[in-house]
Design a protein around this ligand. Structure first.
Ligand SMILES: C[S@@+](CC[C@H](N)C(=O)[O-])C[C@H]1O[C@@H](n2cnc3c(N)ncnc32)[C@H](O)[C@@H]1O
Length: 299
């Protein structure tokens, strides 16, 4: 969720990306920004190692509840691919949840370096690819029982149909997409207000923005950099219908769609819980690729 900064030149409302070149340009800008943001994740490697070695998992209870619909991961998930895997804590959590083989994909060089280091320190076998999610390697096509993503993922992407097509090609027949992400309605509200107050200029439809700097409750100030030296990063607030339609158009069949008051981070640090829970803060979606032979039955 974008945060309007004191620097009046920091925050721009952008047009949605209109060409593949512009999508690539924004994703590459985000790569630079995330290489800066990943320095915060580097500081958390030791605590993530201890967390994972204790057999714990960072998978959110809503994700676990959705996935339980398909049975225990240990029984059906030979290969899980985590798109936008950041520092690998969630990817490796999937192994602790029972996935037999885990793979992460992320555009940030430093995130992938951190994830590989975390895998080394924990001894959990994992493969990490550094690339734009839209260019996920074709050697992974048709290999995933589970494509797992979310918690601050889709807003960084500027072509959602291309993303959904990648999910479809990575999945095995019968494979499952699990998505749990911030609800687009959150973007309408000021993040620093103690009441639900519509942010100036915010809109629900076709809302793309760019800014510099990271909010305090997530990454904060980057060591050794002034805010105006940081890379400009680009986000797009995809509506719930944008997301669901992209998934349907890719050929996947939606099994689960949920809107939830629960959040996975402190999006509104000044807002009392009773106020926050008046709006959907997250949504979840599970969808399946038709099994070989074309059937997509439930159960
Ligand atoms: C908010 S983080 C995701 C956090 C993750 N769910 C977690 O809890 O660790 C967003 C991640 O998306 C990655 N990312 C952004 N744009 C991407 C793209 N086009 N392709 C692949 N990864 C991308 C960033 O590098 C960053 O690691």
């Amino acid at each position: 969720m974008p945060i309007e900064k004191a620097d009046p030149d920091g925050f721009h409302v952008e047009s949605p990306a209109a060409s593949p070149d512009e999508v690539r340009r924004r994703h590459e800008a985000n790569r630079s920004a995330w290489n800066e943001g990943a320095t915060q994740y580097t500081k958390e490697i030791a605590s993530s190692r201890d967390f994972l070695l204790a057999g714990r998992s960072n998978i959110h209870p809503i994700e676990r509840r959705n996935l339980a619909r398909y049975g225990s991961l240990a029984d059906w998930c030979r290969t899980a691919i985590h798109l936008q895997c950041a520092g690998g804590r969630d990817t490796l959590s999937l192994a602790n949840e029972g996935a037999q083989r885990v793979i992460g994909v992320d555009i940030s060089d430093l995130m992938v370096k951190n994830a590989r280091e975390l895998a080394r320190l924990t001894g959990i076998e994992a493969t990490f690819y550094r690339c734009d999610v839209l260019e996920a390697p074709h050697e992974l096509d048709g290999t995933a029982d589970l494509v797992y993503t979310g918690r601050g993922a889709l807003c960084w992407l500027h072509d959602l149909d291309a993303w959904a097509a990648v999910v479809h090609r990575l999945l095995k027949p019968g494979g499952v997409l699990s998505l749990f992400d911030g609800h687009p309605v959150q973007w309408l509200f000021r993040e620093d207000s103690p009441t639900l107050e519509i942010a100036d200029g915010a809109r629900y439809f076709g809302y793309a923005v760019s800014d510099k700097g990271w909010c305090e409750q997530y990454i904060g100030k980057i060591d050794g950099m002034e805010a105006n030296e940081e890379s400009r990063k680009y986000e797009h607030n995809w509506t719930l219908a944008d997301v669901v339609q992209a998934v349907i158009d890719s050929g996947l069949v939606v099994d689960v769609l949920g809107e939830h008051p629960e959040d996975f981070w402190e999006a509104f640090p000044a807002l009392p819980a009773a106020e926050r829970e008046r709006i959907p803060n997250t949504f979840s979606l599970c969808a399946r690729k038709a099994a070989a032979g074309g059937s997509c039955s439930t159960g």
